[in-house]
Design a protein around this ligand. Structure first.
Ligand SMILES: [Zn+2]
Length: 75
């Protein structure tokens, strides 16, 4: 199966491209299991990923700030 994005030939049955990670079966979008009628678009997915990333960055920032604060207090 050829990747629609980069053209790399992937083994049959693969869901994502081994070269660029693009989804190889766009046809399955919209007909997810359960048939809820509405599946996540790529934009929504990346938006959610961005939100998760932001949350991780926040946690790391708070941990670093607390660590710095403790370091200054203990000096
Ligand atoms: Zn690809």
């Amino acid at each position: 199966m050829q990747c629609p994005k980069c053209g790399t030939e992937n083994a049959a049955g693969k869901i994502i491209c081994r070269n660029c990670g693009a989804r190889l079966r766009p046809g399955s979008a919209g007909t997810g299991p359960g048939g809820s009628g509405r599946s996540e678009t790529d934009e929504e997915l990346s938006q959610r990923l961005r939100y998760d990333l932001l949350r991780i960055v926040w946690v790391v920032a708070v941990v670093v700030l607390v660590g710095l604060g403790l370091g200054l207090l203990l000096k």
